[in-house]
Ligand binder design. Structure first.
Ligand code: F6P
Length: 506
């Protein structure tokens, strides 16, 4: 178990560092005074380069952050995760999503992967299946959806992919409108096979299938779940399983990734696993000072707890990464949005920031005004891909130029005595570079992010792998639903009762 960051001596040293030089740190001065700054704050990692030099940090501060990591026992905690210790203590579970991408995984894991990929190849070759509908929510939706979009260039022609997550029937109805049962494969993706939204959508899909004359459920429905019994009770016999040591938001590497395998094939899926595994090895073995997820996770702590920044923005300069911010929101905010430590004791410091973002250059024409001239500082993360996968003239150079220029503008600023055209500058950003957007680079980037979230969570002394905060709303919705029909408001607060009356069907 790790030691809480505020119980270390490095924590106090970091506060002094912040008070003496951190608060007024100026990036422009830092570059002027240190010719080696780019080298010191560049980090190569498998399939990924990161320029961290435009962050509000210097070598001395980073050294204290490494000390903090050591005092907190980050390395031991990391090793405990890889060794399968039950670090998810509130659910008494191991955290082993890294095993799913390890070539040395257990025979059971490897056989399950082989079976799922063989099925994916079979369906890819079945030209009567033109539409794949993934029904799932949260981790059973965001990862596969984000990755299928990200890998658009590699997706086999002849198949369309649909993702239905919301219990709002408009979503499923809109998808079903254009489908024919004999050409459709439904994937019911749910780790627990109990999630209300998914079960409601799955039931409606099954009803639609049967009413539209569909006959062969075994051929047209597959379940991706740890709860094989529940899938069977639902009437699905084609099932790909996984294990309770795979958290929902860490599950795209498991059977939950079947839509990705259907889209890019077994080789592509294995490429994604290989990219992630290379990053796992980097995280597991690189010294803290050359460890990209560690350096980023420590910076996250520095920003959240000393600079007290409350949000971070993601700016992928590649339209195929448009669902990446939504995916990262669940990964980071569901993991680290906690207010008690692993022992249930209240924390006196902030944890997960709010993550948000849109692909560049769209964000530039919407909220970048605030990033450049607003009163709050928001660290930004740029993601640029060197090689385009289209041949439209001029576009990619314009895209990349914008990406580089925005990071530059945020940092250098521009003086204007009149005020309105003044850019304060000194606004921090991290710049990630992929050479290409491939299964390997995507896998590596996602694994890097998982480990970065692990790092900040470990320092904060929280359990990054449970999600009790989603439960209360689920329970209350179960109570409200019958009241919407009956109109009963007994025991409710006045506002909830008023809304119920207003929304009660006429
Ligand atoms: O409600 C939150 C959550 O439990 C997420 O953690 C999870 O990814 C999602 O619901 C879906 O859960 P399941 O895969 O069990 O349907």
């Amino acid at each position: 178990m790790s030691t809480r960051c505020d119980r270390t001596s490095a924590w106090g040293s970091l506060q002094s560092q912040y008070d003496t030089s951190g608060r007024d740190f100026d990036l422009r001065e830092a570059f002027k005074n240190d010719a080696t700054r780019v080298a010191s704050f560049s980090q190569e990692a498998p399939f990924l380069f990161a320029d961290l030099s435009k962050n509000l940090v210097d070598v001395a501060t980073e050294k204290l952050l490494f000390e903090l990591a050591r005092e907190c026992g980050l390395e031991a905690h990391r090793d405990a995760m890889f060794a399968g210790k039950h670090i998810n203590s509130t659910e008494d579970r191991a955290v082993l999503h890294t095993l799913l991408r390890s070539p040395d995984a257990t025979p059971e894991v490897l056989q399950t992967l082989d079976a799922m990929l063989a099925y994916a190849e079979h369906v890819r070759g079945d030209h009567t299946i033109t539409d794949v509908v993934n029904i799932g929510i949260g981790g059973s939706d965001l990862g596969p959806q984000m990755a299928v979009l990200a890998m658009a260039e590699f997706v086999a022609p002849g198949k369309r992919f649909h993702f239905v997550s919301n219990v709002d029937g408009h979503e499923l109805a809109g998808v079903l409108r254009d489908l024919a049962p004999e050409h459709t494969l439904f994937l019911i993706a749910s780790k627990t096979f109990t999630t209300a939204e998914t079960m409601t959508n799955a039931l409606s899909a099954k009803r639609w299938f049967e009413r539209a004359g569909g006959l062969d459920i075994a051929r047209h429905f597959a379940a991706l779940t740890t709860n094989v019994e529940a899938a069977k009770a639902f009437g699905i016999t084609t099932t790909f399983g996984f294990w309770d040591w795979v958290g929902g938001r860490y599950s795209l590497w498991s059977a939950i990734g079947l839509p990705i395998a259907l889209a890019i094939g077994a080789e592509g899926f294995r490429g994604m696993l290989a990219g992630a595994h290379a990053m796992d090895e980097h995280f597991r073995t690189a010294p803290l000072a050359q460890n990209l997820p560690v350096r980023l996770g420590l910076l996250d702590v520095w920003y959240r707890n000393f600079h007290r920044f409350t949000t971070r923005s993601i700016a992928p300069y590649h339209s195929a990464l448009k669902r990446l911010p939504a995916y990262l929101q669940q990964l980071e905010m569901e993991s680290n949005g906690k207010q008690v430590d692993i022992d249930g004791q209240s924390l006196t410091y902030g944890t997960s920031p709010v993550l948000w973002g849109e692909p560049g250059t769209n964000g530039q024409h919407a909220y970048f005004q605030m990033l450049h001239q607003g009163t709050d500082v928001t660290p930004l993360e740029f993601i640029a891909v060197r090689d385009a996968s289209h041949d439209l003239e001029g576009h990619h150079a314009k895209l990349l130029a914008n990406c580089i220029a925005q990071a530059q503008a945020l940092m250098v600023g521009q003086h204007d005595a009149g005020g309105h055209k003044n850019f304060p500058g000194n606004r921090p950003s991290t710049f990630f570079v992929f050479e290409t957007l491939s299964p390997e680079t995507l896998g590596a980037f996602l694994a890097m992010y998982e480990h970065r979230v692990f790092t900040s969570g470990a320092l904060w002394g929280i359990n990054s792998f449970d999600q009790w905060g989603v439960e209360l709303g689920k329970v209350l919705a179960k109570d409200i639903e019958p009241r919407l029909a009956s109109g009963a408001t007994d025991g409710l607060d006045a506002s909830t009762a008023g809304l119920l009356v207003r929304l009660k069907p006429a």
